[in-house]
Design a protein around this ligand. Sequence first.
Ligand code: ZN
Length: 624
Amino acid sequence: MNNFYTSNRQPLPDTAFSFLPLGSVKPTGWLREQLRIQADSLTGNLPKFWESLSPDSGWLGGGGESWERGPYYLDGLVPLACLLDDEILIAEARKWMDWMLSSQDESGHFGPKTLVDWWPLGVALKVLTQYHESTGDKRVIPLMERFFAYMKHELPHNRMYKHMWAMVRWADIVLSIIWLYNRNGDPWLLELADEVMRQGYNWTWHFDDFAHTRKQADLYPMRTHVVNNAMAIKTPAVAYELTGWDEHRRGALQAIEMLDKYHGTAVGVFTGDEHVAGKDPSQGTELCAVVEYMFSLENLVQILGDPAFGDRLEKIAYNALPGTFSADMWAHQYDQQANQVLCTIDKRQWTNNGDDANIFGLEPNFGCCTANMHQGWPKFATNLWMATPGDGLAAVAYGPCRVKANVRGDKLVIVNVETEYPFDEFIKITLHMDSPAAFPLVLRIPGWARGASSRVNGANVPVEPGSLATIEREWNDGDVVELTFPMVVEVERRYNDSVTIKRGPLVYSLKIGERWEKVRGEEPHADYAVSPTTPWNYGLIIDPENPQVEVIRKTVGDVIYGPDFAPIEIKVKGRRVLEWGMECSSAGQVPQSPVKSDEPVEELTLIPYGCAKLRITEFPLLEG
Ligand SMILES: [Zn+2]
């Protein structure tokens, strides 16, 4: 339990950490620049030209889109506006929030009058909790109290199963019920949460006896839907908060293990285009699933504290997330592929997504991602640090930021994290305070960081990879903690015994020449096809047990996630594998390794996955 930041009230079980309120952690350095890029592109401009967020939106009182898109957008806009202290974004968010907060009727219902589906209301509740944390708006808690009373009254007849998305996404509603219960202590809220869970789909059983081990046809649309699965990863742990049961506590790890085993990709997500689609690296992963997996992991770290969730969170945030946007973030994909060699409007091997699902644009395939993508970066930045039991602070993921929080003895501490991580191995943490303060500082040591070291004011403090290191002492103003996480090049064996190159939290892909061509729409939010200008069908010459490669460190610029801005390059040797061609407008099945090739040896350049919009990530291994 933490004396300054909301913790679970009895009878809910203790969580590993408490969330810091939105605004306590602010991005700095390259991460702030990245959020600025996001603000200056689609997030800051969408309502000006995208019909779903126009003044006609049902979430502004109009007769237009009245389902999930308004709340989805706010779920990212509200934290982004707060983290950047951007007056224009804050005013935009306030416009929507003022409407939402004044929309409640006598019954307790809020939002568009016609809306009876619990699902979009669940997203709106998540928005309200963030808005309250960042502004302290006094209208939020009374609105939530009246709404949950309404929900308790309505659930016996307006049941969750009547709304297919709500039934499988119930945990997001429960998170907001728990948020309120921890603030007002009303016991009937827990009865409501139990009822929502009872009426919702049992994802713990689903993953415990996992039946969807192959690429799916459209047989069980809700259960095999990629976004539902990404959201469901947290669901057993949310259930654990209500039950305290061990099967629920273990359920999230089981979910991740099953999805990795049968559908996992090299960058820590799983395929689904739009249903789980097996391990072929030419299958797609929807952007909504990427940001929802991140949100699941942020909740899992907070509830359960396993440092492996932090490892996975960084892997997705630093690879899969940027890899599916153009460098300027004006364009995004619906589906990304680990082996992505052509982004055009063509029939592909998707289970049921449209022909435009992997082009970069405003609204490829369907507009859910256009609305939902905004939460990825800002929530990640917000949740880099959390509060610990015993009134300390924990780094659960790393990136440049500044934390302002209260610690033991009601002392205000400012924590400055200076780093170019994940492009650099060094992290410098400087503490500032008015008077000495004794409190635990908890540091996640990544599982891959063999030989990791930490120094406090120059003195070595031993740490173990894959653990949470707790340094409990009296801290003084100006104290410095230096972390070094050695990033060693590793080879992971994947589909058909292919090889993927990893180094620290980053996954590396073949740099392929890219030709971008506008296919429709208006600048700057047009749709683009991307075609290769250089060959892609290479196998690698590398010893998987002892990879010898050259790592070239370059500067980290204001723009990072494009092929020409890559802060790190890895040079490897390879040969063309001529029988490996296109199938269904994608890279064909990766040939079973090892493969033979008599083509000339070439030096190949690999760059971080997030920088490469065309890429090969799973390579055939050439015969030694
Ligand atoms: Zn989507």
